[in-house]
Design a protein around this ligand. Structure first.
Ligand SMILES: [Fe+2]
Length: 211
């Protein structure tokens, strides 16, 4: 702001909503993807069923499979680093659910969040052009009450951020953060692994009143 009467102006951005975007090395993704695709081969429905159902989700305990051991260890490393970054003084956590999503051409995912967890994440096994984004929605719902027109979309006025992902991308975000996925406009399947993280023994150690 430039006025003769102003000495200095600071814009204080507060309460940020972090989304961690981690790219695996090509060597790491090769191992992880091979294991995952082999495991999915045995449990996924045939492609025709998948297309007519507009997508498929596996059951929610894939993290217990041997083929997911390496991915689970990468998730663990990432979460430990994130908890340190957030200066959280408790690092006993567990994966409460881990499942595969296979979206054929034409499939999308409605807006949702992952209640009763602290962090959520997605590892992308197979994405390609026209099937390589995820939308995150402003968690401050009341900001939608007034939406004046803007001359340019910026991080300060948007209600949605589109994040581009690649095969080998690992995203981690707060579980309260709503997200959605646009229609797969490519002619190949988009394959991803979702997971949730919660503090272990939360009721025993963490849910006492804070004041
Ligand atoms: Fe999700």
């Amino acid at each position: 702001m430039e006025h003769k009467w102003i000495n200095n102006t600071d814009v204080l951005s507060m309460f940020p909503t972090p989304v961690w975007k981690i790219e695996l090395t090509s060597e790491a993704q090769k191992t992880v993807n091979k294991n995952i695709l082999e495991a999915l081969e045995g449990i996924r429905p045939p492609i025709a069923d998948l297309i007519s159902a507009k997508g498929w989700q596996s059951n929610h305990d894939l993290h217990k499979l041997d083929e997911f051991r390496v991915l689970v260890s990468y998730i663990g490393d990432s979460v430990r680093t994130i908890l340190k970054f957030l200066k959280i003084g408790y690092d006993d956590f567990e994966i409460t659910g881990c499942w595969a999503n296979i979206n054929p051409s034409g499939a999308s995912q409605r807006t949702h969040s992952h209640p009763n967890n602290y962090l959520s994440g997605i590892y992308y096994v197979q994405t390609q052009a026209r099937a390589d984004t995820i939308n995150f929605h402003d968690p401050r719902a009341q900001t939608g009450i007034i939406r004046p027109p803007v001359t340019e979309l910026t991080v300060d006025n948007t209600d949605q951020v589109v994040v581009k992902v690649d095969s080998g991308t690992l995203l981690v975000f707060p579980s309260y953060l709503q997200h959605s996925v646009e229609t797969n406009d490519s002619d190949r399947e988009r394959i991803s692994i979702s997971f949730n993280i919660m503090f272990s023994s939360f009721t025993e150690n963490l849910c006492k009143p804070l004041w």
